[in-house]
Design a protein around this ligand. Structure first.
Ligand code: SF4
Length: 483
């Protein structure tokens, strides 16, 4: 049966339409040498050209694909510069920090790129008890984390929704010293509207589900068995999540599995689809690349992308979906992360362990890891490194807890309001971190950064309130103050 492209359709074959993607790639090839067209497309995205309410027009997946295909050095430099400017306009120099928490590596699927696949008989299977989760969360709180992304394989017997809900409840309930986990994002398999409703009730932050690949044929090859092998069920999951009341959803592609140009067009079309149907685009977009792990050799997948192209993709996602939070994990090295931060990344993980129960082990365990961690620095090292580059590390979770989610967050972000709230919130939460967890050297330069950043809060009243809140954190021991 032939499908035609329709971004408003709820059928995956129509909103991620193969024919439309192939035509997009042909269109991009036909126009990639038209340097003037590329500059014209970039011009439309410049934040200062638009009133605050729009704050930068979004371009289409076709236009973005032309930019991706263009090989002109001048255009490519302009793409990176514009991505940097857009990140500054929407998010300022704040970088939000989080950590993954692996609950269980039991899984009934057979994804060819993941060591948790059901046929891997070598990997020790492990699922954390609630007591073990408590110990992990305390270890994470002692590092200074406030925001987690919980991860579990798909296994109705070992990891049913009740287990995930109970785990979220446990995580939110732990108050250890001055620590608290204030936002739990959830990365679990595609499920029913009913179960998404349960996650919403349990106060999920963002529901994260990586598409892995938008190429349906490739998807079938990479997922030979298990519930995840159903491409449409997986691709339509975000619509069910939104129907279930979750309005912050996070997209992502596993770059390296299939052609990056196809994936890029599919990813942008998915964002356009969410905007067209729900009026809310993706809250976040992640950019993982296939990495080595037990039983997994990334060279088996012949679509690996070099760092230079990877950075261009990051820059173009920032330009095309300017309001979205962009996430890069410790899969990537310090050097790649450093450059990616310049081109639009707004959230990073730090001090991560990608094994089940990894945070309570003295040495980094490898036996249950989902992927090799390239950036193995501690959270404090990461905070210190961000400060050295004049980024403002943020542990803020205020929007979600003040009900600024979904379309409310989007209009807040698109109208530039984020800077009046997020910047002060970033500084107050950084002051908490520096007071409670930082090494003396990090603390010293962190407070010096706060002094400099306070001057950027334009509204005088808000600047005074922010300074007062920071003083209350440092001198009166108050916590969880927010705007
Ligand atoms: S990617 Fe997810 S679903 Fe696939 S094998 Fe790994 S844990 Fe299971």
């Amino acid at each position: 049966m032939g499908y035609s492209y329709n971004p408003k359709s709820l059928c995956a074959d129509e909103f991620i339409n193969d024919e439309e993607i192939l035509e997009t790639l042909a269109f991009a090839d036909a126009h990639k040498d038209d340097v003037q067209l590329c500059y014209d497309i970039l011009e439309k995205c410049k934040p200062h050209l638009h009133p605050a309410s729009e704050h930068g027009a979004m371009i289409t997946h076709r236009e973005a694909s032309v930019l991706l295909a263009c090989e002109d050095a001048g255009v490519n430099a302009a793409i990176k510069q514009l991505a940097h400017d857009i990140k500054q306009a929407y998010y300022g120099n704040r970088i939000v920090l989080f950590a993954p928490l692996y609950l269980s590596n039991y899984c009934v699927n057979s994804c060819l790129y993941c060591p948790y696949h059901a046929k891997n008989r070598e990997i020790p299977r492990r699922k954390l008890t609630q007591d073990e989760i408590r110990a992990e969360v305390i270890a994470l709180q002692d590092m200074g984390h406030k925001r987690l992304a919980i991860e579990a394989g798909e296994d109705p017997k070992h990891n049913p929704i009740e287990y995930i809900l109970e785990s979220m409840d446990t995580i939110y309930s732990i108050k250890h010293k001055n620590g608290a986990i204030r936002r739990v994002n959830v990365n679990i398999a595609a499920t029913t509207v009913e179960e998404y409703r349960m996650l919403k009730k349990a106060e999920i932050g963002t529901y994260i589900l990586f598409q892995e690949t938008y190429n349906k044929e490739g998807y079938k090859r990479l997922h030979p068995t298990g519930p995840k092998s159903d491409y449409n069920w997986h691709t339509e999951a975000m619509d069910r999540a939104m129907e279930g009341g979750i309005d912050d959803v996070g997209l992502g592609v596993l770059f390296g599995l299939e052609s990056y140009r196809y994936e890029f067009a599919g990813l942008i079309m998915h964002a356009e689809h969410l905007e067209a149907v729900h009026g809310v685009g993706p809250h976040t977009i992640s950019v993982p690349r296939v990495k080595p792990a037990m039983d997994i050799d990334p060279d088996v997948f012949d679509n690996g992308i070099p760092d230079e192209m990877f950075e261009k993709i990051i820059a173009l996602i920032r330009i095309t979906v300017p309001y979205t939070g962009m996430i890069i994990s410790t899969r990537e090295s310090q050097a790649v992360r450093e450059r990616a931060l310049r081109y639009g990344i707004s959230q990073i993980s730090g001090g991560s362990r990608t094994s089940v129960g990894g945070y309570t082990e003295q040495a980094r365990p490898h036996d249950t890891e989902q992927f090799d961690v390239s950036d193995q620095r501690t959270l404090d090292d990461v905070v210190s490194w961000l400060i050295d580059q004049e980024h403002a590390p943020s542990f803020c979770t205020a929007c979600y807890r003040a009900g600024r989610t979904g379309d409310r967050f989007m209009s807040f972000c698109k109208s530039g309001q984020i800077l009046n709230y997020c910047h002060p919130n970033a500084l107050v939460t950084l002051a908490e971190y520096l007071t409670d967890y930082a090494k003396p050297d990090t603390s010293q330069k962190g407070f010096a950064l706060i002094e400099r950043e306070l001057l950027k809060v334009e509204d005088e009243k808000r600047r005074r309130q922010c300074a007062e809140a920071i003083s209350a954190v440092v001198h009166k021991g108050e916590r969880d103050l927010r705007f």
